[in-house]
Design a protein around this ligand. Sequence first.
Ligand code: GDP
Ligand code: IMO
Ligand code: MG
Length: 430
Amino acid sequence: MPVVALIGAQWGDEGKGHLIDLLASKARLVIRYGGGNNAGHTVVNERGTFKLHLVPCGIFDPATVNVIGPGVVIDPEVLLSEIEELERQGVSTAKLFVSERAHVIMPYHVMLDQLQEQERGEGKIGTTGRGIGPAYADKMSRTGIRIADLLHEETLLTRLRIVLEEKNRLLTKLYGAKPISLHDTYLQFLEFGHKLANHIADTHPIVHRALEKDLPVLLEGAQGALLDIDHGTYPYVTSSPPGAAGACQGSGIGPTQLSTVIGAFKAYTTRVGEGPFPTEVDGPEADALRQMGTPWAEVGTTTGRMRRVGWFDAVMARYAVQVNGIDTLAITKFDVLDSLPTIKICVGYQLNDTQLEYPPATVAVLEQAEPIYEEMPGWMTPTTGVRRFQDLPEAAQAYLARICQLVGARLGLVTVGPHRDQVIPVADVF
Ligand code: GDP
Ligand code: IMO
Ligand code: MG
């Protein structure tokens, strides 16, 4: 039963888009299971370069069915413009299905996300400002609007009337912002529903028919394990569970059905937004990792913010592996290390006179932890053209082997450039 979950295993932007695009040809169904348009997934293939926020990256394979699952929060305007843009570029979205159960990001979610961040001042999280936190909060407090509601005039009006009463009080009385019009919002979201109608479906039968037939299914992660609401660097996290458990919950597939959990890791580490980052570097080391001026420079795909960069953190990585049952590693952006004479790996944290094996639970303690580094020689040779593991320089093989040993999972594949073809397959994942 080949059901493969591919999850981000650091703080996001691990190159999941690239990996999903290349693995999609082996799958018959790709399901994006969580997050919203806080995600930005880059795909570079023979059709061009694409930055997708909601549409699964399996969309480029004409034979693959793509589902946006119940765990995703959807800004319909963003989804519609993404669909339109793909179609304009000749990519068919005929096999894209959006779950009726997915929640809708409403204008008040976006406003509240931004107003809350302003209120936090110095203590801001550095959210993407896309309304993600408030949308998931409403889902949990059972005041959310779901995609199915956009197709039912009466339900939409009734639910919106109740919600807006509360939201407008909050917006005007607490934040001094303008209220949102019930009439205009109702008409606008009804219109979104009409425009999306061909894609909206109960995705449960689609998913379960594929499982019954034993078809290969690929679950597309967004964000990363260290941004997980339960297991991440709280409160500097997103508001969903981006890991393997979230993959099951957000797509409607039971945990016993998963055959493999692939953890996507950059060969180093990046983070966008605020929050602890023990192996963060600055100065020339950061410049080398950030690769400014290249198409794969460490600049946020969604917000354009400069990403923070640092060395591979095996303490965090091992934790991500353990929390998510990751059995296979996809190491990405390996080529970025090609010109470095020395590469560091964090193998432990020093906290006063104690050496920690696991990341501490609280930010205050984590911020005091000093990374313990091991240094390995670089390979100082381009790897961008390498396609077989045995053709990698010895030092490169040694670095990958050390990562696998430290985190406790096998190597599945390595990417050595952003293009679909720039991959070194190591183990079969389907
Ligand atoms: P995602 O959110 O996990 O899909 O990752 P992003 O698309 O936000 O960021 C990854 C960036 O790295 C994008 O610019 C990709 O085109 C690029 N990329 C992906 N894999 C590789 C790789 O192996 N090498 C290089 N140099 N760039 C890559
Ligand atoms: P992909 O799928 C990197 C980060 C934000 C912020 C925190 C909370 O492209 O890997 P949110 O808007 O979710 O409330 O922001 O999470 N964040 C991401 N960082 N990649 C992402 O997605 C992210 N999605 C959210 O920068 O620190
Ligand atoms: Mg991204």
